[in-house]
Design a protein around this ligand. Structure first.
Ligand SMILES: [Zn+2]
Ligand SMILES: [Zn+2]
Length: 370
């Protein structure tokens, strides 16, 4: 490799030139030696690339400071970085497009403004009783809070945040893939364009710490399973000047041992004896909030559904409640005393006489014909 020219000489500026002068000088050089203006001119192309390399260092305050101190050696082998050597024209434009005023067409966008905090998600397991009455829940969770020590900057108090020299403060690195220029997030500064030299010891440079929080959540009566309840402003803290994220609570219904839910209605199946259904009865049945009276008329068939008005869950869209549906079924006794067996046999004989000793098949046929 030949002796490298001084970057200030390449751009033709004084060592004390400010960043605006350097930018102007580079723009002038780049336009002068632009390959479109000098077709086939290898020398012009080299000048064009030299100028881009020089600007990759002098255009970055951090790299420029190192170059001023150590010269080209600053970017030698020992842990330094090289002045960016460009192999083709697209690279030059994608790296410094903003100098020419067309950075956007290469996707070289800076991260815009302070970032809001992330949303958090939790699951809330609710019993039907809690859904019925509505409930206040206090949930404990961990979320990001802006670091108190460094006020979120991530830098140790009294130290400064410098521009990232891997991406030149752009937050993005450009690579050529065939005809396309790919912009990727800078791995060193993770897209912020800034690097913290002395990280805050409290948050280790993250600018935020994960803290315990207790959040009170008000769950309205009648909420449905699967609903995502939004609690605004209770997510992670954002950057300074940006809002917090929200907290989303996914409602899960804990299975109830008696009731199933469809919308605002509650359904249950309750066992009764043959005699209760045959002779009729007045019974008390369980509801979500206690008990309710229910009348079983004589001759009730197993499987019949009774509707208890307004014993269901509150409706979200109005002041009323759903109903409770009670499906009755016969529970056949498995243990019978001698006297019970005697009476049942007697009952069976009477029944047989009444139906004229018809076969089981005939009885079934009669049942279906009415
Ligand atoms: Zn901190
Ligand atoms: Zn970077």
């Amino acid at each position: 490799m030949s002796e490298k020219r001084d970057y200030y000489d390449v751009l033709g500026v004084e060592r004390g030139a400010d960043s605006e002068e350097i930018k102007k000088a580079y723009r002038r050089m780049a336009l002068q030696h632009h390959p479109d203006r000098n077709p086939g001119d290898k020398k012009a192309e080299e000048r064009f690339k030299d100028a881009a390399e020089a600007y990759s260092i002098l255009g970055d305050p951090h790299k420029r400071a190192q170059y001023d101190q150590f010269g080209h050696q600053a970017f030698g082998q020992a842990g330094g970085y090289d002045g960016q050597r460009f192999t083709n024209m697209e690279d030059v434009f994608s790296a410094f497009g903003d100098v020419f005023g067309f950075g956007d067409i290469f996707g070289a966008r800076r991260r815009s403004g302070p970032q809001p905090g992330r949303d958090l998600k939790i699951e809330l397991d609710l019993t039907l009783e809690e859904i019925d009455s509505g409930v206040e829940r206090t949930v404990a969770l961990k979320r990001l809070e802006r670091c108190i020590t460094c006020s979120g900057s991530g830098a140790k108090p009294g130290t400064t945040v410098g521009a990232c020299n891997t991406c030149g403060g752009r937050g993005q690195i450009h690579r050529n893939q065939g005809f396309f220029t790919m912009a990727t997030t800078c791995p060193r500064c993770r897209g912020t364009g800034q690097v913290i030299e002395s990280p805050c010891t409290t948050c280790k440079g993250a600018g935020a710490t994960r803290e315990k929080a207790e959040i009170k959540i008000t769950i309205p009566p009648g909420i449905e399973e699967g609903v995502r309840l939004r609690v605004p402003g209770q997510g992670d803290a954002g950057d300074a000047g940006a809002p917090r994220g929200d907290l989303y609570c996914l409602v899960r219904e804990i299975e109830h041992k008696i009731f199933q839910r469809t919308g605002a209605d509650l359904i249950c199946e309750l066992p009764f004896s043959f005699t209760q259904l045959a002779l009729g009865d007045k019974v008390e049945v369980p509801t979500l909030r206690g008990r309710a009276d229910m009348t079983i008329p004589p001759g009730t068939q197993s499987g019949k559904v009774f509707r208890l008005r307004h014993q269901g869950l509150p409706r979200l869209d109005g002041p009323s409640r759903g109903d409770q549906l009670v499906r009755v079924f016969i529970e056949v006794p498995t243990k019978l005393g001698d006297r019970q067996k005697e009476l049942l046999r007697e009952f069976a004989e009477l029944e047989a006489k009444r139906t004229g000793n018809k076969s089981f098949f005939e009885k079934i046929a009669n049942y279906f014909s009415g």
